[in-house]
Design a protein around this ligand. Structure first.
Ligand code: HEM
Length: 380
């Protein structure tokens, strides 16, 4: 059948003109002149989400969420099915990259003041998307049912137990019992493969709808921002789409290269009777985990509980009109301080409870990340 015949056939059934007009309007939508590479971080987050869904579906074909089969099923995926090793690695690396990219996208919109009027709700939805991306990581980490995952989940859920009054209830609810076991695995599995994907899917949909309706923010003051008319600014197609195509291409390359050169090891199967030496969460939880070590339990939980709330209400606290980072010294200062603190606590958490050789000298880092020099006795 020729192309014209298909178009005529469809045209007799649907108003193709209207659909064409709608697509044309979206494709030619003008973007502000200041739009650059940093504005591809949002679409990179979307790309990684889609990649996670595709590789996740492939993993689901052979994955089994039971204590007896989970570890073996991942081992099977890594060795037997065609390209099984690749889609498992791309999923694991994709999760890490997605957390990093969503975080960078959040920083971009924070420092460029994009969260200000009228985009407060886009930001609020974004904060929830960030939190859900972290929960994606937390729940997915347990699924291979290996030692690292088992003990990281035990410690992670233990922290919830420190919340006053309802803490014990939350802990038992998360674990599905008093300790991490088969019940925890099924719960995390359901959250990871059903609840979160659909929730995040719809939330991204609304997030993007808002972005499309309000347009990408300019660097002008809130009270001076004008809506761009057709023909002004830079058209979405082909200018910005080309940039997005390039970053998607690079992302595919990065995912495959990392999967081949630095594959995630499966390690040993979970053993509830054997506690490993140093239990640590994934890198993206390390800063929070480390902060908790220096503070009294209740204060730590309080601070970590307030942080996401503060992020959510930030557009309603910072009502200044300027968007340009150079004209917002206070909020930019707060943002930079937070980023530096996150990096410092993350590094301390990474070093904690490990031995390292620095400039030829051996050090042992204690739980707080403080180095202690190791001197070896020499035999006489
Ligand atoms: C899965 C997670 C997310 C996806 C897929 C996503 C996607 C996008 C896309 C494609 C854009 C338009 C292009 C751009 O500005 O980069 C955008 C804009 C925006 N996003 Fe996100 N986003 C996510 C998470 C977040 C987070 C965590 C925040 C902040 C807490 C956030 C806040 C915003 C804001 C305020 C805008 C408007 C930017 C402007 O008008 O300049 N988003 N998002």
């Amino acid at each position: 059948m020729s192309k014209d015949k298909i178009i005529t056939w469809l045209g007799e059934r649907f108003d193709l003109g209207k659909i064409q007009e709608l697509i044309g309007k979206q494709v030619n939508k003008p973007l502000p002149k200041n739009i650059g590479w940093l504005h591809t971080l949002g679409s990179m987050s979307l790309f990684l989400f889609v990649s996670q869904v595709i590789t996740g579906i492939l993993l689901l074909i052979y994955y089994r969420a039971t204590v007896n089969e989970a570890f073996e099923s991942i081992k099977f995926i890594m060795t037997k099915p065609y390209l099984g090793w690749l889609y498992r690695q791309v999923h694991a690396w994709g999760a890490n990259l997605m957390i990093m990219v969503v975080f960078l996208h959040m920083l971009r919109t924070f420092f460029m003041g994009s969260f200000k009027k009228p985009r407060e709700l886009t930001w609020v939805l974004g904060v929830f998307l960030f939190i859900f991306t972290l929960i994606f990581g937390f729940t997915g980490y347990l699924l291979p049912w290996n030692q690292l995952a088992y003990w990281a989940t035990t410690v992670g859920t233990e922290i919830a137990g420190a919340v006053p009054i309802i803490g014990e209830w939350i802990k038992v609810f998360l674990r599905g019992g008093t300790s991490v076991g088969g019940e925890t695995l099924s719960r995390f599995f359901v959250v990871h493969v059903i609840i979160l994907p659909w929730l995040v899917f719809f939330m991204i949909g609304v997030h993007l709808l808002l972005v499309r309706m309000q347009g990408i923010s300019t660097m002008e003051r809130v009270d001076e921002e004008k809506k761009l008319q057709m023909g002004e600014g830079t058209p979405f197609f082909p200018h910005h789409i080309l940039k997005e195509g390039i970053v998607f291409y690079l992302l595919i390359g990065i995912l495959i290269t990392l999967s081949i050169l630095m594959p995630f090891e499966l390690g040993e199967k979970a053993d509830p009777l054997q506690t490993p030496h140093a239990i640590k969460p994934e890198w993206y939880f390390l800063p929070m985990y480390q902060v908790l070590k220096y503070l009294p339990k209740l204060l730590g939980i309080l601070i970590l509980g307030i942080a996401p709330l503060l992020l959510i209400v930030w557009p309603f606290l910072d009502k200044t009109k300027a968007r340009h980072p150079g004209k917002r010294p206070v909020s930019v200062g707060i943002g930079i301080t937070m980023v530096i603190l996150i990096i410092i606590f993350g590094l301390l958490g990474y070093w904690a409870e490990s031995k390292r050789i620095i400039f030829g000298k051996e050090y042992e880092f204690d739980v707080y990340g403080k180095p202690h020099r190791i001197f070896h006795e020499t035999k006489k």
